[in-house]
Design a protein around this ligand. Structure first.
Ligand code: URA
Length: 247
């Protein structure tokens, strides 16, 4: 890992500020001055101004996001944020985004490389949404959602879609464009009235009340790593089996 990323992950400074510390000669690696291109491994000793830097524990948190809370680290207008709902040791930030009025599964972590892969559309893991919509989508609307819907930022990748009941649709996406579910459903004539993310990859909210959270266990983290390494990009998603329509 690059020295600036190591310092950022350890909570010493942002990457940019870490670069300044490195350039100022205040950072040493195994007693030698660190450079901007220095890589840090598990056994290296890093110090700033002669004081050793502790490695930060990697944390993975699954939050049941309630409505009315912003998916951001800090809001200049002082509105409540998801980061405030989760304890601070060490600090984690959200992977991707849910709209303020969307509820459901939100992952937060301080593992930057994994977060990047999870959020990338090519490698992005599946996200399952349950939407309550105006009207009652018919098979034609579901087919359009599955095939890809033309939006103003391009056509969506093939998705899985099924009707759960009158005016209720489940959509499984691996993309994460802004307001994607709402825009897709509006485009097929069924604006969303309520939206919940029921699962992130295989992680569901079972046993987690709105506003509550839990740490993932090592097997769950490993499963996320595998899911993000596999990549569920648009190259292969078209071949996925569609679930049978709900009765
Ligand atoms: N799609 C949306 O429209 N909103 C969300 O919050 C998440 C996905």
């Amino acid at each position: 890992m690059r020295l600036n990323a190591f310092l950022a992950r350890a909570g010493v400074a942002s990457r940019r500020r870490a670069d300044e510390l490195i350039k100022a000669g205040r950072v040493t690696v195994n007693g030698e001055p660190g450079q901007l291109n220095t890589d840090v491994g598990a056994r290296d000793r890093v110090a700033v101004d002669g004081k050793g830097v502790e490695r930060q524990r990697l944390r993975y948190v699954l939050l049941h996001k309630p409505a009315g809370v912003l998916t951001t680290a800090r809001d200049p207008r002082g509105r409540p944020t998801v980061v405030q709902l989760v304890s601070d040791e060490p600090r984690v930030v959200p992977v991707g985004r849910l709209d303020a009025d969307t509820t459901g599964a939100l992952l937060l972590t301080n593992d930057g490389p994994l977060a990047h892969r999870l959020a990338h559309p090519r490698y992005g893991v599946e996200k399952t949404y349950v939407a309550e919509v105006e009207g009652d989508p018919d098979e034609d609307a579901l087919r359009r959602l599955r095939d890809g819907v033309e939006l103003d930022d391009g056509t969506t990748a093939p998705a899985r879609a099924r009707r759960l009941g009158r005016g209720r649709v489940e959509l499984v996406l691996h993309e994460g464009r802004k307001h994607q579910v709402k825009r897709m459903l509006a485009a097929v004539g069924h604006p969303v009235t309520r939206l919940r993310r029921s699962a992130y990859a295989d992680l569901t909210l079972e046993g987690i009340e709105p506003g509550a959270w839990r740490e993932l266990d090592p097997a769950e983290v490993e499963a996320l790593r595998e899911a993000s390494a596999r990549g569920s990009g648009s190259d292969n998603s078209r071949s996925r089996r569609q679930p049978p329509p709900a009765k």
